[in-house]
Design a binder for this molecule. Structure first.
Ligand code: IMP
Length: 180
């Protein structure tokens, strides 16, 4: 076990995701929306979420790059892939790991509405309201967190720590002490 401080335990994550799945399922009573996970980060959340949503077999994936290296946003968002996602005439549910400045969600909203989606909603595991630059509507939120850089449950720092089963606060001193 690493020494990073736990912000949200594995058990709390599992419980909240179950609740969110119920809420989300009830919001789409007729047919599942076109569900799109923003990878890599949201893949873990999306797979846990859809485990509780029986008829939701397909989760599409799209990549958005907003961070270069480290913990500071570059400001511009580039969308990569997702060309196979047929959003026209469908409701899109975007699954995100964390909404920080809001730029990624805003860009993806534009992207899917321009492709003819009839509706665009966001399910995010975490939100950091203190960092918001662009105002975005979040239909389903797991946890509101303070302005800290977090790792685990799919979230990384330069490709590391995704495999942690909890959300922890990244701390350079802890990483250095562990020789990382
Ligand atoms: P936004 O466009 O600024 O809202 O950034 C969204 C993306 O930034 C997320 O999908 C994450 O990939 C990344 N990000 C923002 N904050 C964190 C964090 O605390 N830990 C890990 N990734 C983060």
């Amino acid at each position: 076990m690493d020494d990073f401080r736990t912000l949200i335990s594995a058990a709390s994550l599992q419980q909240r995701i179950r609740e969110l799945a119920l809420e989300i399922g009830a919001s789409y009573p007729d047919e599942p929306p076109c569900t799109v996970a923003v990878i890599e980060g949201a893949r873990t959340f999306a797979s846990h979420l859809t485990r509780h949503l029986d008829p939701w077999r397909t989760v599409h994936e799209i990549r958005a790059r907003s961070y270069g290296d480290g913990t500071v946003s570059s400001g511009s968002v580039q969308i990569v892939g997702g060309d196979d996602i047929e959003a026209a005439g469908r409701q899109v549910l975007l699954v995100e790991d964390i909404v920080d400045t809001g730029r990624t969600v805003a860009k993806l909203r534009e992207h899917f509405l321009a492709r003819g989606a009839t509706d665009f909603a966001v399910a995010t595991l975490l939100t950091k309201p203190a960092r918001r630059v662009v105002d975005v509507e979040l239909a389903f939120v797991g946890f509101e967190i303070p302005d800290e850089f977090v790792i685990g449950f799919g979230m990384d720092l330069d490709g590391r720590y995704r495999e942690l089963d909890r959300i922890a606060i990244y701390d350079e001193e802890v990483a250095a002490a562990a020789g990382e």
